[in-house]
Design a protein around this ligand. Structure first.
Ligand code: KG4
Ligand code: ZN
Length: 368
């Protein structure tokens, strides 16, 4: 560590975070103490679901405009709630990618303008890194750990070696898990956003009524695939059409169980690889993060798997699983503590892999 970095990590830091990469506009202020502990002083999230609902999914242009309309107000609100002024900040952090280009630009430009006007360092944050590091904020957990990252756009298994150091073990070769939930919900007429709707319906469903495939089960590399499962869900729905409420609940339950079996198997394989990479005596932590980490059945499945394998499962509180700016501010604070800064011409990066060295998965589409 350089002297400059040493000096930064010796100080408390107060960071404003801005998030506008998808369909949530979020602002937050986080305090990182010199000892590495974090505290959320404010955390404001405004979803755009009402604007997107008539279209059954996120419309990028509508998202970008909605971010523009409220980001200033929400920033003021976060500062007021935290009881701090811009002059008190140590840095400003904004999501630079991956995500929808329009929203990323809105968040970045706003963050850069605040940083420039108040002569503060600026941090262009990787959205997935922010999900990955959230457990540092909520539980003080430090790397290395095995991470299952499951969101609307990404499904990956990674070893988090440290801030900025990620080794991807597996990824999806087609749809992301959140996307599979969203598409299943749409197909079953369960509404938007899809994940919570499928979870709700599955609670009153009979998972055994429909037999659905478990793609990739038993494969050596811990990759995922959900496209075939989605097709099987459509076939099941067509087979019993017109769908009653109970039919939809039963298919949702069968889908959720299939997903859980897949995730369990892929995580078990990733645990074996992580042990080889980190050594058998390394601490065994499995972290689940991203929007789908809010799914209760998934958390239960991972708890069971972790217990079986001598791992400890760490999951952020539900409110911090979905997109939020506390995680952006925290990732910014962690980077600031390492002496890192980003230039004011840092650009938006709609596609931005966490592990730049990872080879594409065989058969992978553009999302891998
Ligand atoms: O991380 P996130 O908020 O946004 C992205 O960065 O993508 O993840 C959103 C995804 C959506 O696909 C949503 O349907 C899913 O997370 N999700 C859930 C649940 N809550 C949100 N999926 C399953 N069960 C849930 N309870
Ligand atoms: Zn996210």
């Amino acid at each position: 560590m350089t002297n400059a970095a040493q000096a930064s990590s010796d100080l408390d830091s107060l960071v404003l975070g801005l998030e506008a990469s998808c369909d949530e506009t979020a602002t937050a202020v986080v305090l990182r103490s010199a000892d590495g502990r974090g505290r959320i002083l404010s955390n404001i999230v405004r979803t755009q679901w009402e604007q997107h609902r008539p279209f059954g999914g996120v419309v990028p242009e509508i998202a970008a405009r909605a971010h523009v309309e409220c980001l200033d107000t929400l920033t003021r609100e976060a500062m007021r709630e935290a009881g701090v002024g811009f002059g008190d900040l140590s840095a400003v952090a904004a999501t630079a990618g991956p995500g929808l280009i329009g929203g990323l630009i809105v968040g970045l430009v706003t963050g850069k303008a605040i940083a420039l006007a108040h002569a503060k360092p600026f941090l262009a944050v990787h959205h997935l890194e922010a999900h990955a590091l959230t457990v540092g904020l909520t539980e003080g957990l430090a790397p290395p750990y095995l991470l299952l990252l499951v969101s609307g756009g990404h499904t990956q298994l990674l070893i988090v070696h440290g801030v900025g150091s990620y080794e991807r073990l597996g990824t999806t070769i087609d749809d992301a898990l959140g996307e599979a939930f969203d598409k299943t919900a749409k197909l079953l007429g369960l509404g938007f956003p899809g994940g919570p709707a499928v979870e709700r319906a599955a609670r009153s469903g009979n998972a055994a009524r429909f037999e659905l495939p478990r793609p990739m089960l038993g494969r050596r590399e811990p990759h995922f695939s959900f496209a075939g499962l989605k097709t099987a869900v459509r076939r099941a729905a067509e087979h019993v059409a017109p769908l009653t409420d109970q039919d939809a609940c039963d298919i949702a339950a069968a889908f959720q169980r299939a997903v859980n079996d897949c995730v369990r198997d892929r995580c078990a394989r990733a645990m074996e690889i992580a042990s080889e990479r980190l050594g058998a005596s390394a601490p065994r932590h499995l972290v689940v993060a991203g929007g789908v980490a809010a799914n209760e059945q998934l958390r239960t499945t991972l708890h069971e798997l972790a217990a079986e394998r001598g791992y400890e499962l760490h999951a952020p509180p539900i409110a911090l699983c979905g997109d939020n700016a506390a995680m952006i501010a925290w990732a910014g604070a962690e980077r600031l503590a390492l002496g890192l800064r980003d230039p004011l011409d840092a650009s938006a990066r709609p596609r931005w892999p966490l592990d730049l060295a990872a080879a594409p998965a065989i058969g992978a589409g553009v999302k891998a």
